[in-house]
Write a protein that binds this ligand. Sequence first.
Ligand code: SF4
Length: 310
Amino acid sequence: MSAWSFSGSRLFRKCPRQWYLKTIIAEPRSKDPIRREAYLLSKLQTIYSWRGSLVDWVILMRYIPTIKRGQRVVLGDLLKYAREIFNRQLEFGLANRLREPGMKVTETGDAFAAFLDVEYGDDIAKSDIEAAWEDVKIALTNLVSMKDLQAKLESAIQLIPQRSLTFTLDGIKATGQPDLMAFFADQPPLIVDWKVHTYASSDYRLQLALYALALTNCRPHSDFPKEQISYQETEIQLLEVQLLTNELRKYHLASEDFDTVSDYMARSALNMEMTIQGEDGDIAIDDLPVTLNDEECQRCPFRSMCWFRG
Ligand code: SF4
């Protein structure tokens, strides 16, 4: 089984079959047409999730590099870049270029998008596209207005966005990718998670705690400042940044919180292990348990592999 992750555990809770198709079956370089098809389908997004990815991309490619260079963050520059990417990806996604023969997603650069509705023959309403752009604008405008956060990031000695951290805890190999890690000369590291949602979730606390465990339990990467590796997980600064509602939520976690997280991880990994262990050590897609929530199926990229095969 591939390394356990928080996002994987959340997907498993929604639908074990969807999780299996995405994390076990999907394989970009496979010659097996089922694995290749699962990989292509795994790239599909709703317009709603796409606009969140787009904000993450602009932060990664423009906001963080600007701060790292010690330059002033200019909202107009971020929005101009965001609009260019928005238009390019929208055109790519609406043309369903995912289905071009021999499509290599990694070679499409910042133009790639693949939409669930387009793949399944549904229209994307113009109003949904306009609402997506409005949300991108609101999120970036709020981000630039967060001056205290920006000042804190400017005082960091190292900013590392979107770094995959692999670690082993209680015998479970796991991975996590915080949106941003900031290291300082005189205080514990800060982990930031950008959110582009209008609703809150208690999962965010768990997710940030897992990132703290990942940072304190992984083998330090070569660009981690040396003095930073001695901090305990309870000392890591954790910040959820709600970009649509313009809220910052700091989390202070105690050792009991991390016990809860370790238990969650162990239970989740065991459930996954038990689910995919067929009698001969393997399992057919159709034998995997499914969600009972119809809405989950409507949002699921793997509908064509699941319903038609079932
Ligand atoms: S279509 Fe529904 S049941 Fe099938 S994998 Fe997707 S979410 Fe699960």
